[in-house]
Write a protein that binds this ligand. Structure first.
Ligand SMILES: O=P(O)(O)OC[C@H]1O[C@H](OP(=O)(O)OP(=O)(O)O)[C@H](O)[C@@H]1O
Ligand SMILES: O=c1cc[nH]c(=O)[nH]1
Ligand SMILES: [Mg+2]
Length: 207
């Protein structure tokens, strides 16, 4: 499985803002949006282009557009903080939604929302979730996509744990990962170390 770590200095600085426990919700959301821009930029580096003839004010030339715009799938709640920025970069993208809440005792994802196109054959999909911890939520989401025919899925995750990366790899699902960091490990409560805490709570408040 391809795991691309975006370690650009600007990505590192935004991630540090997100990690810092002193960062308030508004600054956390702003840093997440800026980091999302960098991760999407890197994730779409090899996207296929369609050519078209265009006229500048000076001459005729070749213009380009994304040939097959992806489906964007934020995983609620935390992935919602990445959705608008991703859509700004790829305005022609369609968006689907998955809602999951991890049970903090069992660490299993509990689904509460699924709004996806019925047929994803031949469509690239970008799943947006700041955190890949045990990998349970991401595996659940990708299985929903694969049931609909998806074969080209990219998980855009601000932060990952080695345990979650391994789980995705062992799942055999058609996925690659773009992240700003593979952290050290999970702690006994299933939180990423050093991590940034609970991403959804830091964006929107504790529930
Ligand atoms: O890899 P996993 O062990 O499954 O954990 C990762 C999940 O945990 C967080 O969501 P959470 O369940 O806290 O929901 P929230 O976004 O509503 O806070 C995060 O946004 C992922 O979806
Ligand atoms: O560290 C973690 C692990 C799962 N979900 C989060 O929001 N943070
Ligand atoms: Mg949460």
């Amino acid at each position: 499985m391809d795991v691309r770590v975006v370690d650009h200095p600007l990505a590192k600085s935004r991630l540090s803002t997100m990690r810092d426990a002193r960062t308030n919700s508004a600054a956390f959301r702003a840093a997440l949006q800026e980091l999302t821009l960098m991760l999407i930029y890197e994730a779409t580096r090899d996207a296929e282009l369609a050519e078209e003839s265009i006229h500048t004010p000076v001459a005729k030339t070749t213009g380009y557009r994304i040939a097959n715009p992806p489906l964007l799938v934020p995983v609620l709640r935390a992935g919602l903080g990445m959705a608008d920025q991703a859509h700004r970069l790829i305005p022609e993208a369609q968006m689907g939604f998955v809602g999951l809440a991890r049970d903090e005792e069992t660490l299993q994802p509990t689904p509460y929302l699924e709004s996806l196109p019925a047929d994803l054959t031949d469509r690239p999909v970008l799943v947006l979730d700041p955190m890949l911890a045990t990998g349970g939520s991401m595996v659940h989401t990708i299985e929903l996509l694969v049931e609909r025919g998806a074969t080209d899925v990219t998980a855009i995750c601000t932060l990952t744990a080695p345990e979650g990366v391994r789980r995705l790899e062992e799942s055999g699902l058609p996925v690659r990962v773009v992240t700003a960091s593979v952290d050290e490990r999970l702690n006994e409560s299933g939180y990423i170390v050093p991590g940034l805490g609970d991403a959804g709570d830091r964006e929107y408040g504790a529930v």
